[in-house]
Design a protein around this ligand. Structure first.
Ligand code: KIV
Length: 273
């Protein structure tokens, strides 16, 4: 159920999200990569739809998020934007389109905004990508940060385990969050870090903190839609709550259809011309 600021708002903007944080209203975020799912999320009332580069795993079946391209992301984002009127649509800049070259970062962000009509972009990283974030922000494009477990850096870390567990890494993360806030990011995703650290970040920075595997003391939550609906089955981190078992339901429905076709039960007299 949406709460009052979100319900009263027309289009959800970055300013609405800030007001929600100030008013202690939690922000609900889910991923979507296509028109049909985005329509359902909009109908249900999520405040933010993230066109995540998790599309690489969920839509394309890649093992990591690295192979997805800017063109792929623009295709997914365009499909989502076509379904949405109220929710804020945020799109991931994919791996290799912003790291180490702020001009390329700006070019990538402008392509996403111009070609898809999305509302904002998300980039993974802190201090090391600050120049890219600065340049994108100067073009008037809202930026969401992403710290903690950053899947685009999987080859550097080698595992998807909980991040920032030691004090040095935790300090660095808090410092990065402050840098992103100072630069002008409108929100930050914190992925798979200790709940106490996430709470500390959320209480230290003024912008909304959206958690995934970061405990309940942050300003909002994000999950990958296909995970929380139980469409994906292999992926079961502790933080994932499954709200449905769609994998079983879809398989059973398809098996039912196959049986009806084979037994000549489908189509019946009313289902033909
Ligand atoms: O790509 C994605 O879906 C994400 C979320 C997990 C935050 O970045």
């Amino acid at each position: 159920m949406s709460s009052s600021i979100s319900q009263a708002a027309g289009k959800i903007t970055t300013h609405v999200l800030q007001r929600m944080k100030n008013n202690h209203e939690k922000i609900a975020v889910l991923t979507a990569y296509d028109y049909s799912m985005a329509k359902l999320l909009e109908l249900a009332g999520v405040e933010v739809i993230l066109v995540g580069d998790s599309a690489a795993n969920i839509m394309a079946g890649y093992k990591t998020t690295l192979p997805i391209t800017l063109d792929h992301m623009i295709y997914h984002a365009t499909s989502v934007v076509a379904a949405v009127e109220k929710a804020l649509v945020v799109v991931d800049l994919p791996f290799g389109t912003y790291q180490g070259n702020s001009k390329e970062a700006l070019h990538s962000a402008i392509r996403i905004m111009k070609e898809s009509g999305a509302d904002a972009v998300k980039l993974e990283g802190g201090k090391e990508i600050l120049e890219s974030i600065d340049r994108i922000l100067t073009a008037g494009i809202p930026v969401m940060g992403h710290l903690g477990l950053t899947p685009q850096s999987i080859n550097k870390f080698g595992t998807y385990t909980v991040r920032a567990q030691d004090p040095i890494e935790a300090d660095r993360l808090l410092h990065d969050a402050l840098l992103l806030e100072k630069a002008g990011c409108f929100a930050i995703v914190l992925e798979k870090i200790p709940a106490l650290l996430a709470k500390q970040v959320s209480e230290t920075v003024k912008i909304p903190i959206i958690g995934i595997g970061a405990g309940g003391a942050v300003d909002g939550q994000v999950l990958v839609l296909h995970d929380m609906l139980g469409i994906t089955q292999q992926f079961s981190p502790r933080y994932l709550r499954r709200y449905h078992d769609l994998s079983t339901e879809i398989t059973q429905a398809v098996q039912h259809y196959i049986k009806d076709v084979k037994t000549r039960n489908f189509p019946n007299d009313n289902e033909q011309y």
